[in-house]
Design a protein around this ligand. Structure first.
Ligand SMILES: [Zn+2]
Ligand SMILES: [Zn+2]
Length: 161
């Protein structure tokens, strides 16, 4: 059975990113379909998502954003337009699948952050340090305390190891 693009009715093709199989509108509107579990796992494959930024688009295609879009997998279910971090996405209310128009995937991956959990904590700590020691904030006692707390928590952890 052909799976049809919700945006332009082109037949979707399948590609792999990491171990995730995605439906993409190759040669049509270059949109991407995720099932609801895939969208969060895509961040695990940061190094392999480039293929999603370079899908072929039909230059003659004009997308009509006013017509309702149907879920490629559910029978006659209209996708709902939602805003996620200022990106407009189409979500299926039945299967929770998500349709991203061309270009939105780049925003999505960018916005969802390129830091793993550990790195995000490190980055936050680094940002705190930077803030605390920036010239205007040098005498901000609360910030300094944050740094001291951070450093002492680090020391504690290192002692435990
Ligand atoms: Zn399409
Ligand atoms: Zn659906």
């Amino acid at each position: 059975m052909k799976v049809l693009c919700p945006g332009c009715s082109n037949a979707l093709s399948r590609i792999m990113v990491g171990d995730i199989v995605l439906d993409v509108c190759q040669g049509g509107c270059a949109g991407i379909w995720f099932d609801y579990k895939e969208i969060n796992r895509i961040k695990d494959f940061q190094g392999e998502t480039d293929i999603l930024f370079h899908l072929k688009k039909n230059p003659d295609l004009k997308l009509n954003l006013n017509i309702s879009r149907l879920c490629p997998y559910c029978n006659n279910v209209e996708l709902e337009r939602q805003t996620y971090n200022e990106i407009e996405i189409d979500v299926c209310p039945a299967c929770n699948g998500i349709w991203l128009d061309a270009g939105e995937i780049r925003e999505f991956i960018k916005d969802s952050g390129s830091f793993s959990r550990v790195n995000r904590e490190q980055k936050e700590s680094y940002d705190k340090l930077k803030q605390a020691f920036s010239s205007e904030k040098r005498h901000d006692d609360n910030k300094i305390n944050d740094v001291i707390n951070f450093l002492s928590s680090k020391l504690r952890v290192e002692k435990e190891v």
